[in-house]
Design a protein around this ligand. Structure first.
Ligand SMILES: [Zn+2]
Length: 220
């Protein structure tokens, strides 16, 4: 089942590892087939380089494993993916990382305000990335808190844990959102460090909503 989707998820998982967003087996990835109510999710505890399509797991939205060809367990954070898909009927793919700079602000419980244009790509309310309150990894509490934080946006931080990114199109777009989030957090960290801990000026929501492709560029 879902060979192409499994291959795409593995490809993105390896890219995330190479680019430093998901080191040492951390993080997990899923795609939802909404029509059939099945999600294809990365397994728990397998090195990305060794990962094959047989290791990928197909689950129902009730948490039941439908297919695990090589006998792997789905990621322990699958319940969080399911909870987010339940509150966001538009989302098709989710990437969860423990990326470094996002984790710094997740530990500090510090939302990421809109200070760069990248903020507008994340679709968060007020262009501010929220922090979901702490829930122990793998628990219902984490799943509920993450789903509540993702109700209106495509990214959030998880207190004392990491970050989540989602997208209505697919896993590559969800990964790009995770990359934008990590970059924003890295720059925010440097801005605060260079500014004596003082907050930078923020971009007003009105300004962020005004961006459009320049009409002066003529195509075709
Ligand atoms: Zn995690």
């Amino acid at each position: 089942m879902y060979k192409e989707i499994k291959e795409e998820i593995i490809d993105v998982a390896r890219q995330a590892q190479r680019e430093g967003l998901c080191k040492h087996k951390s993080g997990n990835f899923s795609v939802l087939d909404r029509e059939n109510g099945l999600l294809i999710v990365s397994p728990s505890g397998i090195d990305r380089e060794a990962l094959t399509t047989d290791d990928m797991v197909v689950m129902s939205m009730e948490g039941e494993v439908i297919e695990n060809i090589s006998g792997t367990k789905p990621s322990s954070e699958s319940l969080m993916h399911i909870a987010i898909y339940k509150v966001r009927s538009d989302v098709r793919a989710i990437v969860h990382t423990h990326s470094k700079y996002a984790s710094v602000f997740a530990v500090l419980k510090k939302p990421i305000p809109p200070f760069l244009y990248e903020s507008m790509y994340l679709g968060c309310e007020g262009h501010t990335v929220p922090v979901a309150p702490y829930g122990r990894p793998g628990t219902d509490e984490l799943a509920k808190n993450a789903a509540a934080a993702m109700r209106t946006g495509n990214a959030c931080l998880l207190e004392a844990h990491g970050a989540v990114a989602a997208d209505p199109k697919g896993i590559r777009e969800a990964y790009l959102t995770a990359c934008y989030l990590e970059e924003l957090c890295e720059i925010y960290h440097h801005v605060l460090s260079c500014n004596g801990g003082k907050e930078p000026d923020l971009l007003p929501a009105e300004e962020l909503s005004k961006w459009s492709y320049p009409s002066e560029i003529k195509i075709g």
